[in-house]
Design a protein around this ligand. Structure first.
Ligand SMILES: NC(=O)c1ccc[n+]([C@@H]2O[C@H](COP(=O)([O-])OP(=O)(O)OC[C@H]3O[C@@H](n4cnc5c(N)ncnc54)[C@H](OP(=O)(O)O)[C@@H]3O)[C@@H](O)[C@H]2O)c1
Length: 210
């Protein structure tokens, strides 16, 4: 069964994911910081198969919630809204956008582990964060490089990771299991894997070294 995917964030990454996943047959909805009405015109022109929802309604509706908004903005949302959901953390702690977030600055582990603490009753899987939105658009358009399309994925729950891996495949990428969520540090900003176009074998080799 194809899951219902709710994407929070209708910017560069969120719309690229929405286009690719809806093209692959998923039922996709998207939200921004305002309300569904503010997205209707944009979606009707650019993403006619994607529906607009208010963020709360979107989370309630979705089986899988993709976080494609700035990390700072995510920390302002109520964690309990995500209870029992699979949450795909595609965010990065990115100081030009997020400025300073002391709790993330002082955290030595993966930012996704801190995200998981904010949504304690959800299952957090980390992926999509290390690939530029343009690369996702290329794959959806059929112009992507099929020799370097590995995408790292980390999470503590194998069955949720398998479900999210199928989304990665549906976008045209090859999921590479990086292990537990704590291994998210291996493909965050500043690492060799971040924003690198790699084959599956290259990524597996690099993951062993970091
Ligand atoms: N850009 C990339 O290539 C890329 C790749 C991988 C990962 N990422 C990560 O993805 C995240 C988003 O990046 P982006 O480049 O897509 O940002 P962006 O283009 O600036 O878009 C951000 C989106 O988040 C929405 N938003 C902000 N606050 C919100 C809230 N409280 N509730 C719901 N939606 C909210 C914004 O809505 P409004 O328009 O209403 O403000 C906007 O649609 C970042 O953490 C980034 O590190 C980005």
């Amino acid at each position: 069964m194809m899951q219902k995917i709710g994407i929070i964030g209708a910017g560069r990454l969120g719309t690229a994911l929405a286009r690719g996943l809806s093209k692959a047959g998923y039922d996709v909805a998207i939200s921004n910081s305002r309300d569904a009405a503010s997205l209707t015109l944009q979606l009707s022109i650019l993403l006619p198969d994607v529906s607009a929802k208010d963020t709360r309604e979107l989370i309630d509706w979705a089986d899988i919630v993709v976080l494609a908004l700035p990390l700072r903005k995510f920390t302002e949302l109520l964690g309990e809204l995500f209870d029992s959901k699979i949450v795909v953390d595609a965010m990065n702690y990115w100081s030009p956008v997020d400025s300073k977030l002391p709790e993330f600055d002082e955290y030595a582990n993966s930012s996704s582990q801190l995200v998981a603490q904010i949504v304690p009753n959800a299952t957090v899987i980390k992926t999509f964060n290390s690939v530029a939105y343009g690369e996702i658009e290329e794959m959806t358009a059929g112009s992507g490089d099929m020799t370097s399309r590995a995408m790292a994925i980390a999470g503590d729950d194998q069955s949720s990771k398998a479900i999210v891996s199928r989304m990665v495949e549906a976008l045209g990428f090859e999921p590479v299991d990086a292990g537990l969520l704590e291994n998210g540090t291996r493909f965050e900003p500043g690492t060799t894997l971040f924003d690198a176009r790699l084959s599956k074998d290259q990524m597996i080799d690099l993951l062993k070294k970091v």
